[in-house]
Design a protein around this ligand. Structure first.
Ligand code: ATP
Ligand code: ZN
Length: 298
């Protein structure tokens, strides 16, 4: 059943889309940046509980990341930006709508550096400290491992050092925190990034606003994954060079002032980027310029 808490200071009327983002922490700045790239400016009032955008019907609530799935399930917020790790741990009834491309990390099991880790059965009978007991329990069950889960809310990485646990299950990005605490990553159990979640019972009007926002988010994401490329090519190599360029449709070819040369413009995916640049150079392309794309509408 859909319910709203009328005592909450967060409840507001109107047909604005209500978005919950992290108040402060690793996801805050990237969430604000993404909104800005979508043309939604909420620069005023980030120190408050909520802020309104002047140029899109949206209200932004600043909350602890752990609370966002609950607020979205209860429709206090219509949508939220939060890590997949939190979504799966909280197991709330919300829909994951879109991966947002930031806040990338993994939930991993780590053991003491000098330990000989032989596989997941190593964990049998061991004590594992974590802030993610739900995800860890599912993982252990799936792998038929009986271990003791010790739930702690912060500084999980010090648990083996002070004899509180034999292993930990925690978020990792570079691995340097593990290293500094004499631990090594032994098993990665979840790849995570920030996602957009939404309430399951939204009105058609709200869904329309979400679709408008999603369209902008997808255009920003596509632009980030692509580069605009300009190069000069001798006309006798044009066919070969054009053949190397995937492009959105087909490349733009313009004659240069210098006889026998053309300028070729196209779009390249970040993943194929270096390989194609090398092939273009080998095929005779010169003066290659690569520029970022701000928005990409396809
Ligand atoms: P809050 O005060 O909102 O509860 P927090 O301390 O729980 O904040 P942060 O450390 O700011 O949370 O992390 C927020 C999210 O950032 C994580 O849930 C995860 O999705 C993501 N994240 C990305 N990289 C890392 C990392 N190396 N360690 C921890 N979280 C990471
Ligand atoms: Zn948190």
């Amino acid at each position: 059943m859909k319910e709203t808490n009328t005592n909450s200071p967060l409840v507001a009327g109107g047909d604005k889309l209500k978005l919950a983002i992290q108040k402060s922490g690793r996801l805050h700045d990237d969430s604000i940046r993404l909104l800005k790239e979508c043309g939604i400016d909420i620069s005023n009032g980030v120190n408050k509980l909520k802020a309104e955008a002047s140029n899109f019907p949206i209200e932004v609530y600043f909350l602890r990341d752990d609370d966002i799935p609950q607020y979205v399930e209860d429709a206090v917020a219509d949508i939220g930006f939060v890590g997949e790790n939190v979504v799966y741990e909280k197991k709330k009834k919300v829909t994951v709508t879109e991966k947002l491309g930031f806040g990338k990390c993994r939930l991993s099991i780590a053991v003491r550096k000098n330990e000989e880790y032989t596989g997941v059965q190593f964990l049998a009978g061991k004590k594992i400290a974590t802030s993610y007991p739900v995800i860890l329990k599912d993982y252990l069950k799936k792998n038929n491992v009986q271990a003791e889960i010790h739930e702690i809310s912060g500084s999980v990485e010090i648990a083996p050092g002070i004899g509180l646990a034999d292993a930990i299950c925690d978020l990792v990005s570079s691995g340097s925190t593990l290293f500094m605490n004499g631990l090594k990553e032994s098993e990665s159990i979840l790849q995570s990034q920030a996602v957009m979640i939404q309430n399951k019972n939204l009105s058609a009007e709200k869904q329309q606003l979400i679709n408008r926002l999603l369209f902008r988010i997808q255009s920003v994401k596509k632009a980030k994954n692509n580069k605009y490329i300009l190069l000069n090519a001798p006309n006798n190599k044009l066919a070969e060079i054009i053949g190397l360029l995937p492009g959105m449709k087909s490349p733009t070819v313009l004659p240069l002032a210098e006889e026998g040369w053309s300028s070729v413009h196209s779009v390249l995916n970040e993943n194929d980027f270096w390989e194609i640049i090398e092939q273009l150079k080998a095929a005779g392309a010169q003066g290659i310029l690569v520029v970022p794309i701000e928005k990409m509408i396809v």
